[in-house]
Design a protein around this ligand. Structure first.
Ligand code: ADP
Length: 488
């Protein structure tokens, strides 16, 4: 099959979160399974400066945006170490900017216009670049208009008649909600601006548009697929999603094992695998302690990496640290960027307890790798988590995850309790209720096993390291859905 994957961020061209990891890795695996993927993304400044070879592709094109005609062009590159083409939609006024969606914490005021342009450029690219496409795989609100354009405007054009559409929801909380007059930018008839289709409480909602018009929907874990149909985590779209429950599937993301693999990771002080992890992790832990200015003691070391956003559980984490840091010898290494209030609380803890807490308020891939390898435990108490990648990296690196039982965390982590613990089937620790007390109790449980039952800890580590969270597993599930869609 010929699959066009449209995404607003793709590793190694531009990234703000897990979506970029998915969009960079999934197409390569789809190609390995014998299909022909092509990726479309905006030509952001970050992408142009990413160091990837990029060349012009095809002719200039023009697109109606409201009452304007806007010109753009296509550029072409490849996903590294693959034959997968990447088409970058170039329009310097929209995309040659310092950020992807925002600067200094403020969304760009013309985000709707920028992604209307991107969606139309993807649709036009099929024709003007002469592509044969069987299915368009859209991702998140930035591509939500594509299924609508396909269903409402392009259906009768010969090259488009048989194209199916799929939309993957990576995080339902980000919906692309804009004021109603932006409907004019889309060029679609006002009759679609109603509560069953594109309208959401008086505003234009691009994710809802995609959910309504796509032939098939996926999200990034089976548990999250259930959760987003409830009022608690449905972000107001639970009704629309329940309506489409038959077409909604959950597929866990994979990890890119050419990048996240302790046996070949170039960022580490020592490489290791499941057979020699004790030595390898001891070296990596010592190196991490030295890098972070912590004493090189045998104390348990807890790692944390992620956006400093409420979703990721920082309110609980800071409560927990305030409680445990003064009372225990546990060391903490935190890497993140985001909300200033969390940043300040973490920096205060590091200043008060410099031998126990190290924080790096930065986005650093290299440090992220070293934290995954050098920590004993990885803490990820997200309030909700569509899939989560860091707990999967942790499993691969022999770092035992402690997570809240939600979304992809619930689907990937098996708590160390009961039969699972006895049978060696546990790979981490989970707590159910999203409360500080529950998190504290679970971290204490993990510390107890780590400190007093090293054999049991070893089984936990090895269970996680042996599991297969590779993209090839996820890609097979996507391909099976693509094939079902094409057949219907
Ligand atoms: P989300 O997409 O919701 O932010 P995920 O766990 O799915 O969360 O993916 C986050 C990705 O971004 C992971 O690859 C993680 O390692 C990376 N990441 C997040 N914050 C940082 C940071 N400060 N430095 C380096 N990598 C980070």
């Amino acid at each position: 099959m010929n699959i066009l994957l449209a995404s607003s961020e793709v590793v190694p061209f531009a990234k703000t979160g897990g979506l970029a990891d998915v969009s960079g890795a999934l197409p390569i695996e789809i190609a390995k399974l014998g299909h022909r993927p092509i990726v479309f993304m905006p030509a952001y400044r970050a992408a142009l400066q990413s160091g990837q070879p990029i060349e012009p592709y095809g002719d200039e094109f023009s697109i109606p945006i409201g009452s304007k005609i806007v010109a753009g062009s296509y550029l072409k590159s490849r996903l590294p170490n693959s034959d997968v083409d990447v088409v970058l939609v170039s329009q310097p006024e929209y995309f040659d900017r310092a950020g992807l969606y925002q600067e200094n914490g403020e969304d760009y005021p013309d985000n709707c216009e920028r992604f209307v342009f991107f969606c139309r450029a993807v649709m036009e690219g099929i024709r003007t670049l002469g592509l044969h496409v069987d299915l368009i795989h859209c991702n998140d609100w930035q591509t939500g208009l594509i299924p609508a354009y396909l269903a409402l405007e392009y259906r009768h054009a010969p090259r488009y008649a048989k194209i199916a559409s799929m939309l993957t929801i990576h995080n339902l909380a980000y919906q692309g909600n804009f004021w109603h007059w932006d409907m004019l930018l889309t060029g679609l008839d006002w009759r679609y601006f109603n509560w069953r289709q594109m309208e959401f409480f008086g505003r234009l909602n691009l994710l809802k548009t995609g959910i309504v018009f796509a032939n098939s929907l996926t999200t990034v874990s089976p548990r999250y697929a259930q959760e987003i149909q409830t009022s608690e985590l449905g972000c107001g779209l639970e009704g629309v999603l329940s309506h489409r429950t038959e077409s909604l599937h959950g597929i866990i993301n994979g990890i890119d094992e050419t990048v996240w693999n302790p046996s070949i990771d170039p960022h580490l002080a020592a490489n290791y695998d499941v057979n020699n992890w004790r030595d390898g992790k001891t070296t990596c832990k010592r190196a991490l302690q030295e890098e972070m200015g912590l004493p090189t003691e045998a104390a348990p070391l807890i790692g944390l990496i992620g956006r400093l956003a409420e979703q990721k559980g920082w309110t609980l984490i800071i409560d927990l640290m305030k409680n445990l840091v003064p009372r225990t010898d546990v060391q903490w290494v935190v890497l993140g960027t985001g909300e200033p209030s969390y940043q300040q609380a973490l920096e205060e803890l590091a200043a008060a307890y410099p031998t126990k807490v190290a924080v790096r308020m930065a986005f650093s891939d290299a440090i992220a790798h070293r934290i995954e390898a050098g920590s004993d435990m990885f803490l990820m108490p997200s309030r909700y988590e569509p899939c989560g990648l860091n707990q999967l990296y942790s499993l691969k690196y022999g770092t035992v995850p402690i997570v809240h039982e939600t979304g992809g965390l619930a689907d990937t982590i098996v708590d160390f309790t009961g039969d699972a613990a006895r049978d060696g089937a546990s790979n981490g620790f989970q707590f159910r209720e999203y409360r500080s007390e529950a998190l504290l109790e679970t971290v204490r449980r993990a510390l107890e096993v780590f400190t007093h039952h090293p054999d049991q800890w070893g089984r936990l580590v090895e269970c996680g390291m042996r599991q297969d969270w590779s993209w090839s597993r996820s890609a097979r599930q996507y391909v099976s859905l693509y094939e079902q869609l094409a057949a219907s």
